[in-house]
Design a protein around this ligand. Sequence first.
Ligand SMILES: *[C@@H]1O[C@H](CO)[C@@H](O)[C@H](O)[C@H]1NC(C)=O
Ligand SMILES: *[C@@H]1O[C@H](CO)[C@@H](O)[C@H](O)[C@H]1NC(C)=O
Ligand SMILES: *[C@@H]1O[C@H](CO)[C@@H](O)[C@H](O)[C@H]1NC(C)=O
Ligand SMILES: *[C@@H]1O[C@H](CO)[C@@H](O)[C@H](O)[C@H]1NC(C)=O
Ligand SMILES: *[C@@H]1O[C@H](CO)[C@@H](O)[C@H](O)[C@H]1NC(C)=O
Ligand SMILES: *[C@@H]1O[C@H](CO)[C@@H](O)[C@H](O)[C@H]1NC(C)=O
Ligand SMILES: *[C@@H]1O[C@H](CO)[C@@H](O)[C@H](O)[C@H]1NC(C)=O
Length: 355
Amino acid sequence: MLSASPLALFALLPSALAATTYDMVKEYSGSNFFDEWTFYGNFDNLTNGDAIFVTESVASSSKLAYVDPTTNRAIIKVDNTSTVVFNDKRNTVRISSQDEFSVGSVWILDAYHVPYGCSVWPAFWSQAPDWPTGGEIDTFEHWNLESRNQMTLHTDPGCNQVSPVQTSTIVNSTDCSHLDNSNAGCGVEDPALDSYGAQFAAAQGGVFITEFSESGISVWFFNRSAIPTSISGNASSFSTSDLGVPVANWPTGGCAIDTFFKAQHLIFDITLCGDAADAPNVFNQTCSGVCYTDYVVGNGSAYNNAYFDVASVRVYSVSGTNTIVKGNSAFGVRAQGWVLGAVAALSGAFLVSVL
Ligand SMILES: *[C@@H]1O[C@H](CO)[C@@H](O)[C@H](O)[C@H]1NC(C)=O
Ligand SMILES: *[C@@H]1O[C@H](CO)[C@@H](O)[C@H](O)[C@H]1NC(C)=O
Ligand SMILES: *[C@@H]1O[C@H](CO)[C@@H](O)[C@H](O)[C@H]1NC(C)=O
Ligand SMILES: *[C@@H]1O[C@H](CO)[C@@H](O)[C@H](O)[C@H]1NC(C)=O
Ligand SMILES: *[C@@H]1O[C@H](CO)[C@@H](O)[C@H](O)[C@H]1NC(C)=O
Ligand SMILES: *[C@@H]1O[C@H](CO)[C@@H](O)[C@H](O)[C@H]1NC(C)=O
Ligand SMILES: *[C@@H]1O[C@H](CO)[C@@H](O)[C@H](O)[C@H]1NC(C)=O
């Protein structure tokens, strides 16, 4: 997969901070943003959300996925104009990139707004078609009125976060196996309060950078005023040495990246309530009332902030290589991340430790 160039060999050095140069190989932006994604077109049968992930034609006609002509940015949103009656679900969007991107890739999400609000559970993440064997990387995810982004890996047993070189000190679990902690994964929260929610929007958003390397997986976040000049503009090439220490890092030493991860589809989704956002002890940490009846049901006024506003998603490959894999299956077969028991158990443990 890697060429024998000096840069590629440098990428194989054990240091988690080995500098690697990447070249842009793919850009999703502007009027062509939605051209190469598959819309799920089914209710949320993956995470038990009270949501219908609409087809491409419904997303387009009801303006749940469109390019804003004034900003030229992509909007991916929850329906906030329809009245939903009790027992029905609300329309929203889940899209998966048709291409997959193999180890040796970086993907950068540049967004001005991410979805938030009570009952809202958004994510920008990736998974291999064969889950959990090919792994899952959650670059951006949180729910309700939480204030920070959380970044998580989910894998087969044997992958752990060991000796990370990262700025965050908020580590929720170091065992990435989907069989442990009821598939909570190995998660890290970003201490920065502008990494999610209203503060993210107030800072005009920023960029989430995911490096999927043989030496490890890393995530960086920069708000708009802090974006390094080497990746602002539309640079065709950059070096990870320009980014500093990542906020989250999973070195290959504790998790053999080539073993636990295969080429990944990129996914945007926004679900409502469901396994994580509506778990006991989770929903009421930041919201009041009942997730489904007080928010999903009704006129949709709860969802005015439930949208992604995306300038671009750019994918890079180790300089001199091309990591694009033309996929033939746009969706993995298994659910994302959390299951009910996991969230209940972990938040229970968290509450107990506070008491
Ligand atoms: C979800 O629904 C789709 C479409 O009916 C189906 O192909 C898929 O197998 C379902 N997935 C699960 C996990 O039930
Ligand atoms: C992760 O840990 C932080 C700090 O203890 C806590 O506030 C947060 O709720 C935890 N996240 C999850 C998903 O348990
Ligand atoms: C943007 O990030 C920088 C660097 O972390 C920080 O100093 C600044 O306060 C942030 N700005 C906003 C509006 O959050
Ligand atoms: C960014 O650069 C790529 C390739 O160099 C090009 O295809 C794309 O149109 C550029 N995007 C913008 C917004 O200028
Ligand atoms: C949240 O709900 C759980 C039950 O699901 C309850 O035990 C807990 O006391 C509630 N916490 C708050 C802050 O209301
Ligand atoms: C929508 O419902 C909310 C909450 O029930 C209510 O406060 C608001 O006035 C309603 N808006 C409209 C336009 O009916
Ligand atoms: C729905 O939300 C959008 C922002 O996403 C807002 O511009 C619009 O006014 C909202 N619609 C209604 C009916 O409130």
